[in-house]
Structures are given as structure tokens and as C-alpha cells.
Design a protein around this ligand. Structure first.
Ligand SMILES: *[C@@H]1O[C@H](CO)[C@@H](O)[C@H](O)[C@H]1NC(C)=O
Ligand SMILES: *[C@@H]1O[C@H](CO)[C@@H](O)[C@H](O)[C@H]1NC(C)=O
Ligand SMILES: *[C@@H]1O[C@H](CO)[C@@H](O)[C@H](O)[C@H]1NC(C)=O
Ligand SMILES: *[C@@H]1O[C@H](CO)[C@@H](O)[C@H](O)[C@H]1NC(C)=O
Ligand SMILES: *[C@@H]1O[C@H](CO)[C@@H](O)[C@H](O)[C@H]1NC(C)=O
Ligand SMILES: *[C@@H]1O[C@H](CO)[C@@H](O)[C@H](O)[C@H]1NC(C)=O
Ligand SMILES: *[C@@H]1O[C@H](CO)[C@@H](O)[C@H](O)[C@H]1NC(C)=O
Ligand SMILES: *[C@@H]1O[C@H](CO)[C@@H](O)[C@H](O)[C@H]1NC(C)=O
Ligand SMILES: *[C@@H]1O[C@H](CO)[C@@H](O)[C@H](O)[C@H]1NC(C)=O
Ligand SMILES: CC(=O)N[C@H]1CO[C@H](CO)[C@@H](O)[C@@H]1O
Ligand SMILES: [Cu+2]
Length: 710
């Protein structure tokens, strides 16, 4: 019987005077650096109403349409462990905004979402249908996850790249029987610190995310471009890195190009052009916004602060550096680690790192630099670490650190991220036990019961010349089928297995026009490749890629990151054999945390690599980087009935098919919630042809940054 605290964001806006009110143009909807503590405890319900609207904002100093959440750009949500989180989502996006008819669906990244919560995990059509424009829906579930730093974001269309995301912080449980207090009295954490800041890191484009993503469906093979099909176009580099909703695009004058700062950061407003298709008549297509600024994080001399780093990027891998301050890593994806003292940390999209920073340098302003990695030409981000008493508006006296001189971690540094020893032996300490929420006495990896091997590649579909990302040669459309798959399988667990197509049946010859394109089995709207029923397809295929886990299995998941054209991945004579590129992927698993037993280069080879796996104190997290041409060896317990996507967290990559679903013990899944969002009459999946008639029909002539249609 919990008491309920209703916390509309607008109340916090009023209290803290940090949110924007009525959107105006040009305006700068800012993500405040704020983590608001919420009075809640076991048995408490914490409610948020998230009113999703479109406004004009200039987080990077360039005004464009942005998605706001109750008037705020990317607000943080917070609960105490054991609280029930109730989120009422109201979709007030205009029906003409690109892809908004696909609806909104919220994912709570890193949370286990077990039992009835499985339906609120947010991968559209896997768990629930999305919330259509003009509709609302309430997600409600208990949060029993380890205290730490998580994030929430849209998991339907591309809206998270337009601002529909924020940090999600789980605080320790409230002390049982403690009197009401604000902030609540909680179980003592493993660390003590004097204050905290959240650094929410994003990359930011000046065109809406869906208008960029949809061009990935046009033919990559130039020979397939017809009068009615535009050519494939990569989303390109972001225009800015945002730190708590503030970036430096157009502010190059802050970095004088000579003297103290010989190499200005990449921010080149002179080369910026109005995005294709955006009407020059739209008034916000202007360049500089003099009101914009950078984020500042104030610390007090001699005190220690917890910094919560969240990489919520669409694309960019980041290295975060602190000028003249080493920070101590204390947690990765919320799980406590062996402390590591370092000046810079690597953080990939979907990952979170918690660090302690002690303000032990002479009082001044210092740079916090976010350097992009693996994407030459991507911009960098800057914020200021400000000592209290020092004018926060002045820049540090030292030149801004140059991203080109900031190197990413190698595998050796990365292997320093290890489980804290406190979690490896049974304990009666409540501060330790609040991290042991996955049903185990310790976080020591158990012995495996099965191995799943998957290969990543980037095939070109012969049917239509589309470029895809595939796992075991299967590229998966993002939104199949047009209903809640989990509700369907809960009623009929064997359904997918019954309709599964033996993958070898979709292999083709490599010569015909339809190789690898939506081989549809009569009577069902999708192709299903069921791991274990047959070998992986010999030729690139499109369909559902399912791996079934029985309850209680311990799954070893080995991922090889292979050349683009592996597995007959490019049919073009001559050209195809040269398309051997690889790139890194941050792979995220829903509903679980996994042990990262090992990483290396090349493909995993048991006789060479098995002995080197760390089964003693590997990191335990939910998002891991698979390096270019590398492998990663993961282990997780299949103890969470539901359907759990395993996918790359780079939005264009998952859009192009880089995911599979673990169908786990669905016979033991909970029944669906009593109310579910209404599913659309028909669903348009992201592997549609996206020719000009389709685009016109989908968006009309709304003028929202469509590619030119002629
Ligand atoms: C949502 O925000 C819009 C725009 O500010 C406003 O018109 C509408 O009344 C809000 N809806 C709710 C339920 O608060
Ligand atoms: C949600 O939608 C229902 C049905 O249209 C409506 O009655 C209710 O007022 C809406 N709630 C909010 C918070 O907008
Ligand atoms: C600071 O971090 C660097 C690595 O970035 C490390 O080599 C050095 O030992 C650290 N210094 C201290 C005092 O821990
Ligand atoms: C702080 O610095 C800004 C920018 O240099 C300046 O405009 C402002 O006057 C300074 N404030 C104080 C209190 O010195
Ligand atoms: C970056 O590194 C290069 C070569 O190591 C050096 O010449 C240059 O001064 C460095 N630049 C900065 C801004 O530190
Ligand atoms: C993955 O690649 C490895 C190395 O080439 C190969 O041995 C294995 O058969 C492949 N697995 C699948 C499912 O394609
Ligand atoms: C797939 O192959 C297996 C073994 O060859 C066979 O038993 C099964 O009937 C096939 N399933 C389908 C759907 O073709
Ligand atoms: C795997 O490793 C063993 C032992 O190092 C080596 O003999 C073998 O050639 C390797 N296999 C492949 C496919 O590279
Ligand atoms: C459901 O879970 C129980 C125990 O948790 C297990 O014994 C049973 O096999 C599971 N059912 C299925 C269909 O996997
Ligand atoms: C659809 C198709 O071409 N299927 C072929 C896949 O490969 C097997 C074995 O080579 C053939 O028997 C199928 O006809
Ligand atoms: Cu990827």
C-alpha cells in the first residue's frame, strides 16, 4: 500500500527555475544538470507525466525542431530502488513530423524489466505497440535494479536523436521505517561523496533523425537507382556533441584559431548549408544563436563529486577527459568496479560510467573534453569544470585540448574494467546486497550450458540494392510484426518455431534478382530464421532472427565482427569483393546484464582464446563494444521470461537490421497488462522500399526536411 508522489516535471521546472516555458524562436531548451532526488521507498510509487511535444530549440546554437518532454530537453528521471515507476507518456508530436505515425515507445535502458515489466521494455511490437500521435499510455513497473546510472529513450522511430531521451537514475532503497525526508534517507552506498552531477552526452544533427535514417533505405547499389528512387545517403557526421543539451556548433569564436589554441575544434559554420529539403522559408534555418552556451559543472574545493556519464549518442563513440584531474571509475553500467584512476575514459553509445572527482587542484576553470573516436571529422564537445567562487562564464586559461591528441583505450585499458571484489563473495552488508538483484548470492560467473555464436556483417541485398547490417547473414527489420509479439508468444509459445523457415530455404543462388529479400512464408507476414533449426543462410536474408533460451540456461554469446561482404554479402562483380570494411559496434542486450569474459582481434578461436577468458572478475554490464575486426565473449543467465533484443546501439545500424531477439522461457512469461496501446491497422516496417511515392504518401508535402522529391 504505497503512498503516491505525483511529480510532473513542470513542478521541478518551477522549483528549480531551469526548464524552458513556452517554446519561442530562437530558444534554447536546456537540459539542466540536475538529478532530482525523489521521496520514495519500497512500496512507493513515483509518477511522471511526460508530455512529448515539438518546439524550436538551439541546443547547438543552431535552431531546429526539437522534441521536448514536458517542456524540457532530455530531462532526467529518478527513483529509489524498490519504487514503482509510473510513466504516463502523452504523444503530442504533430502528425506530420517524420515517421511520427510509427508512434513513440519508451525503453528503460539497462533495467531488467522482469515479470510483468517485460511488457514495458519498449522495443516496439516486441513488447507493446507504440503510442500513436494524440494518444497516451501509462507504463508502470517496479524497479529492483542495482542503484546507478541508466537512461530512458524512445525505442520506436528515430526520435531519441531529436531529444526524446534522458538519464534515469536509481538511488539506493530508502531505509525501512525511516521518517519522511527529502531527499529520503537511504541505505548507505559503497562510496561517500559530497555532491553529484550528470553528464548526458549526445551527438546532434541539424536535420531530424528520421529524415536522415530513411535515406538509408534507398539503393546503395548505384545501378539500382531509378527515376523514382533516390540514392542511398549515409547520415554523415553530427554537427555537434551536446553535454546536457549544450554544444558549441557555431561558437568557434570561443576558440581563437591562433595563439594559445593552434588547432580549433571541428566546428565550421561557414560550410554549413540548410539541410536538403528544408524550406528556406522556414524561419529557424538560421545559423548562430548568440544566447547559446556550454555546460558548467561547479565543484567545491576539497570536496568529492560523483559524475554520472551517459553516452546517448546516435553514432559517436566518445573519450571523456578531465583537465588536471584524474577521476576514479567506480561503476560501469551501474555495476561497481575495481577502482581505476584515469584522466580519460572511453564510453560508447548506450554505456554509462560513474566516476569520483576530487576538486584538489588550484581553484580555476578546467576543461572537460569529449573527443569523438573512430569517426574522423566528427565534432568534439566541451564543458567547464568550475571551482566554486571562480567566474563560471570565463573559459579555462589553457588551450582547449585537441581531440586529435586524445587516444581511445586499447583492449588492455579496457580490461581494467572489472567487477568489484565486494560482489564476488557473499555478504550481509546491505550496501553490497543492493547490487545483487539478479537473483544470485554473488556475481561470480556461473558455468555455461550452451554457446551461441554470431557473426556481424554488412550485406548488400540483391533484390533491391539495399545495404543492411546482418547477424548470421540475417538482417532484421526493426518492427515486426504489427502486434505485441510477446503477448502472442505468451499465449502460444511454439508459434514462431512452427512458422520458422529453414534458413537454407532462403539461400538463393546469388544470381537471381530476389536473393535475400523478404522470403515470405505463405500465411505469415514475416520470415523467421530460428537459430539451431538450420544453418545460417548462405546468402543475405531478411526476416526475424530468433534465438530461443530455455529458463535457467547460462548462455555464452560469442560475437565476431567480420568484413562487410562476408557470407556472399555483396553480389556485384568486381566491386563486391573489395567491400571489406569493418567498424566497431556497441552491442546492447535487453533484460539482462552479461559478463564480458574476453575481447580480442580477429575471430574467436576456442583453442587459442578460451584459456584467456576472465571467469574470475570480468565486467558485468549491458552494453559492450565489439571492435572492428574483433570478437567479444559474453555470458548471461537466461532467467528472465520475455523477448529480449540484442542489437547494436548505433541507431542507423539497428535501423539497417543489426539485431536479433532472444525468445526466453516465454511459457513462463507474465500475462500482458490489462490495457495496451492500440496497434495500428497496418505497420510500415523500416525495410520498405521508400521510393518517392511511398515517401510522399507517408509524409505528404509536410516540408519536414524530406530529401528533395522533385
Ligand atoms: C502538453 O503540452 C502542450 C504544449 O505545451 C499543451 O498544449 C498541452 O496542454 C499539454 N498536455 C498536457 C496533458 O499537459
Ligand atoms: C489519455 O487518453 C484518454 C483516452 O483518450 C483520456 O481520457 C485521458 O484524459 C488521457 N490522459 C492524459 C493524461 O492525457
Ligand atoms: C592518472 O591517470 C593516468 C591514466 O590516465 C594514470 O597513468 C596515472 O597513474 C593516474 N594518476 C594517479 C595519481 O593515479
Ligand atoms: C564573468 O565572466 C563573464 C565573461 O567573461 C563576464 O562578462 C562577467 O562580467 C564576469 N562576472 C563577474 C562577476 O566577474
Ligand atoms: C598534438 O600532438 C601533436 C603531435 O604529438 C603536437 O605536435 C601538438 O602540439 C599537440 N597539440 C596539442 C594542442 O596538444
Ligand atoms: C561465423 O564465422 C566463423 C568464422 O568464419 C565460422 O566458422 C562460422 O561458421 C560462422 N557462423 C555462422 C553462424 O555463420
Ligand atoms: C527444417 O529442417 C528440419 C531438418 O531438416 C526439418 O525437420 C523441418 O521440418 C524443416 N522445417 C521447415 C519449416 O521446413
Ligand atoms: C586456432 O588456434 C589454434 C591454436 O593457436 C591454431 O592452431 C589454429 O590454426 C587456429 N584456427 C584458426 C581458424 O585460426
Ligand atoms: C517455467 O519455470 C519453471 C521453474 O521456474 C520450470 O520448471 C519450467 O520448466 C518453466 N517452464 C517452461 C515451459 O520452460
Ligand atoms: C530458395 C533456394 O534457392 N533454395 C536452395 C538453397 O540451397 C539448397 C541446397 O543447396 C537447395 O536445395 C535449395 O533449392
Ligand atoms: Cu553497429
Amino acid at each position: 500500500m504505497g503512498r503516491s508522489v505525483l511529480l510532473p516535471l513542470s513542478v521541478f521546472c518551477a522549483l528549480l527555475a531551469i526548464c524552458v516555458g513556452q517554446p519561442r524562436e530562437p530558444s534554447s531548451p536546456l537540459t539542466p544538470d540536475r538529478v532530482f532526488p525523489i521521496s520514495g521507498s519500497n512500496g512507493f510509487t513515483v509518477s511522471y507525466t511526460l508530455n512529448i511535444t515539438l518546439a524550436y530549440g538551439a541546443p547547438s546554437c543552431f535552431a531546429r525542431p526539437v522534441v521536448l518532454t514536458s517542456g524540457v530537453f532530455g530531462p532526467s528521471l529518478a527513483v529509489n530502488q524498490g519504487d514503482t515507476l509510473r510513466v504516463t507518456l502523452i504523444n503530442n508530436l504533430p502528425a506530420t513530423f517524420p515517421s511520427v505515425t510509427d508512434g513513440i515507445s519508451l525503453h528503460y535502458h539497462g533495467l531488467r524489466m522482469s515479470g510483468p515489466a517485460a511488457y514495458f521494455d519498449g522495443a516496439t511490437y516486441v513488447t507493446l505497440c507504440p503510442v500513436a500521435p494524440g494518444k497516451n499510455y501509462t507504463y508502470e513497473f517496479q524497479v529492483n535494479d542495482p542503484p546507478g546510472t541508466y537512461l530512458w529513450h524512445d525505442h520506436s522511430a528515430g526520435f531519441k536523436g531529436d531529444g526524446l531521451q534522458g538519464a534515469l537514475i536509481v538511488y539506493p532503497p530508502r531505509l525501512p521505517g525511516a521518517p519522511p525526508a527529502f531527499p529520503p534517507l537511504t541505505v548507505q552506498d559503497l562510496w561517500t561523496y559530497d555532491g553529484e552531477h550528470t553528464l548526458f552526452l549526445e551527438d546532434w544533427y541539424h536535420a531530424s533523425t528520421n529524415s536522415l535514417l530513411f535515406q538509408l533505405n534507398m539503393p546503395f547499389d548505384a545501378a539500382r537507382v531509378t527515376n523514382d528512387m533516390g540514392a542511398w545517403s549515409w547520415i554523415g557526421m553530427p554537427q555537434a556533441i551536446l553535454i546536457n543539451g549544450r554544444g558549441f556548433y557555431g561558437d568557434c569564436q570561443l576558440f581563437p584559431g591562433s595563439g594559445a589554441n593552434p588547432v580549433p575544434p571541428t566546428c565550421t559554420p561557414t560550410t554549413f548549408t540548410v539541410p536538403p529539403g528544408r524550406s528556406p522559408a522556414q524561419p529557424w534555418a538560421s545559423n548562430n544563436n548568440p544566447g547559446c552556451t556550454h555546460s558548467q559543472f561547479t565543484v567545491e574545493s576539497g570536496k568529492t563529486f560523483r559524475l554520472r556519464l551517459v553516452n546517448a549518442a546516435t553514432l559517436v563513440f566518445m573519450t571523456v577527459c578531465f583537465e588536471r584531474h584524474n577521476v576514479t571509475l567506480i561503476a560501469a553500467d551501474a555495476i561497481p568496479t575495481v577502482p581505476v584512476s584515469t584522466r580519460c575514459l572511453d564510453i560508447n553509445s548506450g554505456q554509462r560510467l560513474d566516476v569520483l572527482l576530487t576538486a584538489d587542484q588550484p581553484p580555476a576553470n578546467y576543461w572537460i573534453t569529449v573527443a569523438p573516436q573512430y569517426r574522423t571529422g566528427a565534432p568534439s564537445g566541451y564543458a567547464v569544470l568550475n571551482y566554486k567562487g571562480v567566474n563560471a562564464s570565463t573559459f579555462p586559461l589553457s588551450p582547449a585540448p585537441q581531440p586529435i591528441n586524445i587516444t581511445s583505450w586499447g583492449l588492455a585499458e579496457d580490461s581494467l574494467v572489472r567487477l568489484s571484489p565486494q560482489l564476488l563473495t557473499p555478504s550481509s552488508n546491505p550496501a553490497v546486497n543492493m547490487y545483487l538483484t539478479d537473483g544470485e548470492a554473488t556475481l561470480t560467473p556461473p558455468a555455461p550450458t550452451k554457446v551461441v555464436l554470431v557473426n556481424l556483417s554488412q550485406p548488400l541485398l540483391e533484390a533491391n540494392g539495399q545495404l543492411r547490417w546482418a547477424i548470421n547473414n540475417v538482417a532484421m527489420a526493426r518492427n515486426p510484426p504489427c502486434t505485441s509479439l510477446l503477448a502472442k508468444l505468451q499465449r502460444d509459445p511454439k508459434r514462431l518455431k512452427r512458422i520458422a523457415v529453414n534458413a537454407s530455404a532462403a539461400n538463393g543462388t546469388g544470381a537471381g534478382p530476389f536473393v535475400g529479400f523478404n522470403y515470405v512464408r505463405a500465411g505469415d507476414a514475416m520470415t523467421v530464421y530460428y537459430d539451431g533449426i538450420s544453418p545460417a543462410p548462405r546468402y543475405p536474408s531478411v526476416g526475424l532472427h530468433i534465438v530461443e533460451n530455455a529458463g535457467g540456461e547460462v548462455v555464452d554469446l560469442v560475437v565476431n565482427n567480420m568484413a562487410a561482404n562476408s557470407f556472399n554479402g555483396d553480389y556485384r562483380p568486381g566491386v563486391g569483393s573489395t567491400r571489406t570494411a569493418v567498424e566497431q559496434h556497441p552491442m546492447h542486450l535487453h533484460g539482462h546484464r552479461f559478463w564480458v569474459l574476453g575481447r580480442g582481434s580477429g575471430t574467436f578461436n576456442a583453442s587459442a582464446h578460451a584459456a584467456g577468458l576472465n571467469t574470475v572478475n570480468p565486467s558485468y554490464r549491458d552494453t559492450v563494444t565489439v571492435t572492428s575486426n574483433g570478437w567479444v565473449y559474453l555470458r548471461f543467465r537466461a532467467n528472465n521470461p520475455g523477448i529480449w533484443p540484442f542489437h547494436c546501439h548505433l541507431l542507423p545500424h539497428v535501423f539497417m537490421g543489426q539485431q536479433l531477439y532472444f525468445v526466453e522461457d516465454v511459457a513462463n512469461a507474465s500475462r500482458p497488462p490489462s490495457t495496451m496501446p492500440q496497434c495500428p491497422a497496418s505497420c510500415q516496417y523500416n525495410f520498405s522500399p521508400y521510393n518517392k511515392p511511398f515517401l510522399r504518401a507517408k509524409w505528404g508535402m509536410s516540408g519536414w526536411e524530406l530529401p528533395p522529391l522533385n
